[in-house]
Design a protein around this ligand. Structure first.
Ligand code: NAP
Length: 484
């Protein structure tokens, strides 16, 4: 079997050493496209995590006070190492996660771009000298690394979600303990290998796989860990928020979404369908910013549905490692069962399945990309995250109604709208309760801009200059008695 250019690490990185679990237990990792076991990773727990925290804490003093040019140089080397290994990293990502190779290559590239962005941005974190109200005083505002960081990542973007955390943390001068998702640990472990290869000092990056509760518990209980950054479900995020209270950690939470995608009568139909395909079916519908609810105005509804259905039917489903495949398998059988349950619920409440609706002939966890029309607010997907290749289409009449419907959710991550009316675009900007808004585009994430949700979709930002602030603490120093 390929070892993906030596990047498929079957051990954990603690204090610069690659280790097994203390009890030698392992977790199997399977390829969701084939069901075959890809390999094993350590099933670590509390004790190994505590050692990783101790290693990160021990490395923090030197690393946080190292020359800025040293850290920036390492980050640029890490960017280059990621891009030099883009192909094996993408293949490893597809093998453990299932997404088509072209998407996996894109994920590696955007992850590398985040690293480069934060290497550049850290050089611009200027402080302030604030005018003092009395003479003889100087008021300084300065930025400092927050300390040891715990980073917990999900399975749907196991590489780029880590990039958004590791990049700013390392740029700021923090050290880390990373816990990748158990379904997709290899992408995260590969980051550890590359960080080590380019010369990050021992203990700066530590990666532990295994029991979420034990590893998460150790991270959350530790008073050495000063910040926790989490991407995953809202339910787990809430648990971590409660646990963070005991040691008053700084937190960033990138949680679930329920994105509306609004198509107004004045939309460019071709552009709206193209955007819809990206916003719905990327990663087989398993992204936090995926469209959950299509709202289409009455005048354009039938034409949009016809075009969306045609484009959905044309999607090539198969093993993401094969050329030409656009839709891989879902992550596991529970994900398939959830999509099936949502379809059954919609059917029972009057929804019409106009495309797909069944498990795919490939069996396993493949599912037919599906379109349902006649969606209504009482259907489960109106309020629950679908996380699968199911496009639910609601019809609406007025701008006022659709804004109200779009906001009628506890989530607030991404929203999309297609319109050629500039005034309406600004009204949507003001009134949609979402952290990310795409007008006439189905993909908004970019390293230069702050990514993050409102309401129960989370707090904190990743990317942009704000993504670095989340890894720093501000200090105000008042200087007096210096004769100045
Ligand atoms: P998840 O079940 O919440 O798991 C996320 C991570 O948390 C995994 O590493 C998991 O470990 C770990 N975890 C689970 N229980 C834990 C606990 N009690 N303490 C500490 N860690 C724990 O989410 P997922 O299913 O992997 O990811 C899908 C979710 O992530 C969706 O809701 C999606 O919307 C969201 N997401 C949000 C964003 C964003 O930027 N807002 C981006 C991507 C995904 P195990 O794997 O070992 O269980």
């Amino acid at each position: 079997m390929s070892d993906f250019n030596g990047l498929m690490m079957q051990a954990n990185l603690v204090g610069g050493e690659w280790i097994a679990a203390d009890n030698a237990q392992q977790l199997a990792v399977t390829n969701p496209a084939t069901g075959a076991v890809l390999g094993q990773v350590p099933n670590c727990g509390e004790a190994e995590t505590q050692r990783a925290i101790a290693a990160a804490a021990a490395a923090f003093d030197d690393y946080s006070r190292s020359d800025l040019s040293f850290r920036v140089g390492l980050l640029h080397d890490l960017h280059d190492a990621l891009m030099d290994n883009q192909e094996p990293l993408a293949q490893l990502l597809t093998a453990e996660q299932g997404k088509p190779l072209f998407e996996a290559r894109g994920e590696i590239a955007i992850g590398a771009a985040y690293v480069r962005w934060f290497a550049e941005e850290i050089r611009r974190t200027k402080g302030e000298i604030v005018p003092a109200p009395v003479s003889g005083r100087r008021l300084l505002v300065t930025h400092h690394p927050v300390g040891v960081v715990g980073a917990i990542t999900p399975w749907n973007f196991p590489s780029s979600m880590l990039a958004r955390k590791l990049g700013p943390a390392l740029a700021a001068g923090c050290t880390l303990i990373v816990k990748p998702a158990s379904a997709t640990p290899y992408s995260g472990l590969a980051w550890g290998k590359l960080c080590q290869d380019v010369g990050f000092p021992a203990g700066v990056v530590n990666i532990v796989t295994g029991s979420a509760r034990a590893i998460g518990g150790a991270i959350m209980q530790s008073s050495e860990v000063r910040k926790v950054t989490f991407t995953g479900s809202t339910e787990v995020g809430k648990t971590l928020l409660r646990q963070a209270a005991d040691t008053v950690k700084k937190v960033s939470m990138e949680l679930g979404g329920n994105a509306p995608f609004i198509v107004f009568d004045d939309a460019d139909l071709d552009a709206a369908v193209a955007g819809a395909m990206i916003a719905k079916y990327r990663n087989m519908g398993q992204t936090c910013v995926c469209t959950n609810r299509f709202y289409v105005q009455a005048g354009i509804h039938d034409a949009f549905v016809e075009r969306l259905t045609q484009a959905t039917a044309a999607l090539v489903v198969g093993n993401g490692a094969e050329d030409g495949v656009q839709q891989g398998p879902l992550i596991d059988i529970e994900a398939v069962e959830k999509v099936e349950a949502l379809i059954a619920d919609a059917r029972a409440k009057g929804g019409q399945v106009v495309q797909g609706g069944n498990r795919h002939a490939n069996a396993g966890t493949f599912f037919e990309p599906t379109v349902i029309t006649g969606a209504t607010a009482d259907m489960r997907f109106a309020s629950e995250e679908i996380f699968g290749p199911l496009a639910a289409v609601f019809k609406f009449d007025s701008e006022e109604d659709v804004i109200e419907a779009a906001n009628a959710t506890r989530f607030g991550l991404a929203a999309y709208a297609y319109t050629r009316d500039l005034g309406r675009s600004f009204r949507l900007n003001a009134r949609l309760d979402y952290g990310l808004i795409g007008i006439n585009t189905g993909m908004v994430a970019t390293v230069e801009a702050p990514f993050g949700g409102v309401k129960e979709s989370g707090m904190g930002k990743e990317g942009g200059s704000q993504g670095l602030e989340d890894y720093m603490v501000g200090k105000y120093t008042c200087l007096e008695g210096l004769g100045a």
